[in-house]
Design a protein around this ligand. Structure first.
Ligand code: PYL
Length: 296
């Protein structure tokens, strides 16, 4: 007889496999359509719920102050290059990245040309940092220093972990349940462990969790997802599995940092988590990438 816990395990596994093993979910036009117009309101929410703005979270992610970043780099020009390979251009993606970077106070433009022509245009127009994404990687490249930042690695993970550090009042000596040991989860684990948190990782593919345990000191493995879920006040969801966190499993003081797309919370959970959830489609990741690319 299959136990409830085993059934849940199978459900989570099926969901993750169906959505791909979490390397990177491809955004859709509807995921990015409203980013530009809601940026100001979103940033106000971050200040209210996390305690810092988008710029403050990104600066915290790289261990710098906002002043250090702006004093050094306020004149930086950033180019975003639309890339047509693979499944092609996502309407609104480049424009949303541009608006996020402008919201952070930097000059940004989307190149008129795509692909190779866009790269040539970006350099000719004096861009210091270029952003571009194909179906597998979203990168920020600092042309002056040669620094390359890949979003689905430490930048996005660090950005969301920095936000959880701020929202929770500090991760030192705190326990965090990390769901997903892919590139974003690994970046987050490194930041959280480095800030004194005790990170417990679950991944539907045990080998990934074991690899993370080898990569990041102090990380421990959790084997039963639903048994663990109610045990932790701080959750980090770096999986593409939708609706795996249902309201029966969250406490009134649970805090969730969730870069994973689609969001892992069930609809029933959202009202409970309104001001204790960190989630967006691009904003924190882009801000963390830019500040990482600017920092030497
Ligand atoms: C960077 C995002 C965050 C989550 N998933 C990632 C994704 O959707 N990657 C694909 C991006 C393709 C962009 C397309 C364009 O419009 O330039 N090549």
């Amino acid at each position: 007889m299959t136990s409830v816990s085993e059934m849940n395990e199978i459900f989570v596994f099926i969901v993750v496999v169906l959505r791909g093993s979490g390397y990177m979910t491809r955004l859709r036009e509807e995921d990015v359509l409203y980013i530009a117009e809601s940026l100001k309101e979103y940033d106000k929410q971050l200040v209210k719920n996390v305690g810092k703005s988008l710029a403050g979270i990104a600066a915290h992610a790289i261990g710098r102050t906002e002043k250090e970043i702006y004093d050094l780099h306020h004149a930086t020009s950033v180019a975003i290059i639309p890339v047509t390979c693979g499944e092609g251009i996502i309407n609104g993606f480049s424009g949303s990245v541009q608006k996020i970077i402008e919201h952070l106070g930097f000059t940004a433009f989307v190149t008129g040309h795509k692909d190779v022509g866009g790269l040539a245009e970006a350099v000719k127009k004096g861009a210091k940092v270029i952003f571009l994404a194909d179906d597998d990687h979203f990168v920020a490249i600092n042309i002056s220093t040669g620094r390359v930042v890949v979003d689905n690695g430490e930048a996005t993970g660090k950005g969301y972990a920095a936000a959880l550090d701020l929202m929770s009042g500090g991760l030192r000596e705190r326990e965090v349940l990390l769901l997903g040991a892919g590139p974003v989860g690994t970046g987050a684990a490194a930041f959280m462990s480095g800030h004194g948190a005790r990170v417990f990782v679950y991944d539907v593919e045990l080998e990934k969790a074991e690899n993370l345990k080898k990569t990041v000191p102090g990380v421990q493995i959790v084997r039963d997802f639903y048994e663990a879920l109610p045990e932790y006040k701080l959750l980090f969801d770096a999986t593409p599995a939708p609706e795996i966190i249902v309201k029966e499993y969250v406490r009134e003081d649970t805090m969730i940092s969730a870069p994973g797309i689609p969001l892992g919370l069930s609809q029933g959970c959202l009202p409970l988590m309104a001001d204790r959830l960190i989630h967006d489609a691009l904003e924190i990741g882009v801000a963390a990438m830019l500040f990482e690319a600017l920092s030497n």
